[in-house]
Design a protein around this ligand. Structure first.
Ligand SMILES: Cc1cc2nc3c(=O)[nH]c(=O)nc-3n(C[C@H](O)[C@H](O)[C@H](O)COP(=O)(O)OP(=O)(O)OC[C@H]3O[C@@H](n4cnc5c(N)ncnc54)[C@H](O)[C@@H]3O)c2cc1C
Length: 413
């Protein structure tokens, strides 16, 4: 097969965004994916550009709260017994990431990447005429009663410190001005106006892929089994034989660490499996994204319908899905939005690629200087996709990156 200048493994939102950005900068880019464009995590996300979500999951004190959540096997956080031993090393790193020093460093890094990604997204939207696929309706974070709201204020102070715009709403009447039809248990809320959603994350990735191909890019369907250094390049081992490429970017989502390991890089990537149900158009008059933080799920508008989803299941890549989780979220949503029509929903489970400190991996392989890693974005892969793409292009061209990539180093663990 013809040699191309840069090969990207993975046609999820991260890989496609990188390919398009490299193409914009004059590189000849080829994408390789075993299953096609946005067929994994990037297909079924909530569609949010969640720039206000700067707080890592590993917050100080989280290990005190986690056992309580884990007691409910269908609660917002779960570890299937069959995976409990395997996830232990990752959990220990997660615990270490929650110590104050590391938490503050991760918060600062996440905030800088989210801020940069917001500006990069606007450039990307411009570049691909993507505005029709965007919804600029903000997000409502909902609280059941004064006590839950008060408990959240510390984190809102942190967000204020990092320049996140928000408004607090302190009565159901104020909330109803933004989103009518909520159950009266929601007495308080925070509205983040700069939050955006795409009308459908799969359509957004497909749109980017279409632009990439129209401008001469190539997307091939083949599985990469391993990476091998070969002369001044890299051989991608596939069932059809090796493909030689001078430079490779690994953006293979929750499977990326398997490829990194074939080069000798050990990166503690795990998956946080998430679930949702997408209801058809007319299910509810949703005017903004709703986040039920205390219950670990959101409601977002997708193609005029409603997607109810979230949950974190630390269950690895191979266990079968447990769609009871999606059902539980839908049942709760029906209580919170009494007019929600819950028929004809389509269930889905996806693999968030997650690092213990909630930060992605963006940087050069320790073993091979012509391999760049770009994965592990956890809950924020869509949010940080355009920013990651620009940073990877800067790394490839040897420029100083717009934000420091040191906190995202593949070698940080
Ligand atoms: C329920 C849920 C809701 C979410 N909501 C949001 C949200 O609102 N906002 C947000 O920012 N993020 C959200 N996320 C997270 C987001 O979906 C992910 O972070 C993001 O999609 C990851 O993108 P990716 O391109 O890295 O991986 P993926 O989309 O998983 O793509 C990886 C690609 O690599 C390919 N691949 C893997 N291994 C190989 C191989 N060996 N050879 C060839 N190809 C390979 C796969 O086929 C796949 O196409 C959500 C996730 C879930 C589960």
């Amino acid at each position: 097969m013809e040699q191309k200048h840069i090969t990207i493994i993975g046609a999820g939102i991260v890989g496609i965004s990188i390919a398009l950005e490299l193409q914009n900068q004059g590189y000849k880019a080829r994408v390789i994916d075993r299953s096609g464009v946005a067929n994994e995590a990037s297909a079924g996300s909530a569609g949010a550009f969640a720039f206000a979500d700067i707080v890592p999951l590993a917050t100080p004190g989280i290990m005190m709260k986690a056992p309580k959540w884990l007691l409910d096997p269908l609660g917002p956080l779960s570890v299937p017994p069959a995976y409990a031993l395997k996830i232990t090393p990752w959990m220990l790193r997660f615990w270490r990431a929650s110590w104050r020093d590391r938490y503050h460093a991760a918060l600062t890094a996440q905030s800088s990447l989210n801020g940069f990604s917001l500006t990069a997204l606007e450039r990307q939207i411009n570049n691909v005429d993507g505005e029709p696929l965007m919804q600029r309706d903000g997000q409502l974070q909902l609280y059941e009663g004064e006590q839950e709201f008060r408990a959240s204020l510390k984190l809102w102070d942190v967000r204020r410190e990092f320049g996140i715009a928000f408004e607090h709403l302190k009565s159901p009447t104020e909330i109803a001005e933004i989103q009518p039809g909520l159950d009266s248990r929601f007495t308080h809320a925070a509205f983040t106006p700069d939050w955006m959603n795409t009308i459908d994350p799969r359509s957004w990735a497909e749109h980017l892929a279409k632009v990439f191909v129209t401008r001469g890019g190539e997307i091939d369907h083949v599985e990469v089994l391993a990476l091998e250094q070969s002369g001044d390049g890299i051989n991608l081992m596939t069932p059809n034989g090796p493909l030689h490429t001078p430079k490779v970017i690994v953006a293979a989502g929750a499977w990326s660490h398997h490829l990194a390991r074939t080069l000798g890089d050990h990166i503690p990537l795990e998956t946080e499996r998430g679930y949702n149900t997408t209801l058809p158009a007319g299910a509810f008059d949703l005017r903004t994204q709703l986040t039920f933080g205390g219950h670990g799920f959101v409601a977002s508008r997708i193609n005029g319908g409603v997607r109810i989803g979230g949950a974190v299941e630390l269950g690895g890549l191979n266990l079968p899905p447990n769609f009871k989780r999606a059902e539980i979220l839908l049942e709760k949503a029906a209580q919170f939005l009494p007019d929600l029509k819950i028929d004809h929903g389509k269930q889905w489970m996806g693999f968030r690629p997650s690092m213990p400190d909630s930060l992605p991996v963006i940087g050069t392989s320790k073993r091979a200087s012509n391999v760049i890693y770009a994965f592990g974005h956890g809950h924020l892969g869509l949010t940080q996709s355009a920013g990651t793409a620009e940073l990877v292009a800067e790394l490839i061209s040897g420029k100083t990156t717009a934000v420091s990539v040191a906190p995202f180093a593949p070698t940080r663990f």
